[in-house]
Design a protein around this ligand. Structure first.
Ligand SMILES: [Mn+2]
Length: 294
């Protein structure tokens, strides 16, 4: 059970820079310890029992996050997986970080925070990157800088995939073109890592460089080959705005997007509540049975 405490909701909006930095540092220790126990592996394995809530991009939309955390399906889930892109775009990025890190600090491995392209390494910058400005607006110049430096130091400890073996692969962007094994996801070379964080599916086959300026656009043949190599039925990812959920590649891919509001134009958002003890569902079945849209 992963439950938000009411007291956190007010602290999310009222915490000082020092309070947030203490929380970031405590969560960093938890994340670092978990990564050491995985021996540097970037793939978190989820046991195939109980219910897992899966949350897509939040980008500073704290209202949607609070909605999800209060929803009975989340409260009754054993675990919650966030697919990355916590800050930037939305004005409440500090508040989103506060709540998710409180969950992480409190519930440890039951809360999985994946790395999105907005939490990438310095070699893969994202534009526009409002996060430093948002922190400064709330905490002042010095406090905002300190919070930003602390959060950047946390990102390197985030895993980039969650795997329910034989069933689901969860990551932020997409499968890397030509991936041959889970091992290549566990310890990715730079090019593979970039694709995990940045790739997008397109209908059709083949692949080409993304108009985003990083990563690739990949077709159904790439997805089919990757899912076979990894031994799962369905890819669950986020990274693109949509009306809560979107199916690609004949049900092989489900995109879930969990925020509303500017600068995107979607009118609905969604998250998933998946019983991972059941047989693997494809994206079409997941939309029907596991998508919580508001
Ligand atoms: Mn993204």
């Amino acid at each position: 059970m992963v439950r938000v405490e009411e007291e956190w909701l007010s602290r999310a909006f009222e915490a000082s820079a020092d309070e947030l930095i203490d929380l970031i540092e405590a969560s960093t220790d938890v994340l670092k310890r978990e990564q050491e126990l995985r021996e540097g592996c970037g793939v978190v394995r989820l046991a195939p029992r109980g219910c897992v809530a899966v949350v897509g991009d939040l980008h500073g939309d704290v209202e949607s996050l609070i909605h999800i955390l209060h929803d009975a399906e989340t409260v009754n889930s054993d675990r919650i997986v966030f697919l990355g892109d916590y800050g930037d775009r939305g004005t409440r990025s500090a508040e989103v970080y506060y709540l998710i890190l409180k969950l992480k600090e409190t519930y440890g491995k039951k809360v999985v925070m994946l790395r999105g392209n907005h939490e990438g390494p310095p070699t893969m910058p994202v534009m526009p990157h409002d996060l430093p400005m948002l922190f400064k607006r709330r905490f002042g110049h010095v406090g905002g800088n300190d919070v930003y430096n602390a959060i950047r130091a946390l990102w390197r400890w985030l895993p980039h995939c969650a795997l329910v073996e034989g069933k689901y692969l969860m990551l932020h962007g997409g499968v890397p073109v030509g991936v041959r094994s889970v091992h290549e996801l566990e310890y990715p070379v730079a090019e593979v890592f970039e694709q995990i964080l940045w790739n997008d599916p397109v209908e059709g086959s083949g692949y080409f460089y993304s108009t985003r300026g990083a990563g690739m656009m990949f077709g159904e043949d790439v997805t089919g080959q990757a899912l076979r190599a990894i031994g799962v039925r369905t890819l669950i990812r986020s990274h693109e705005p949509c009306e809560g959920v979107r199916v690609n590649h004949n049900g092989k891919i489900l995109t879930v997007f969990s925020r509303k509001g500017a600068p995107y134009y979607n009118t609905r958002a969604a998250y998933l509540a998946i019983d991972v003890s059941c047989n693997a569902m494809d994206a079409i079945e997941l939309v029907r049975t596991a998508a919580r849209i508001w």
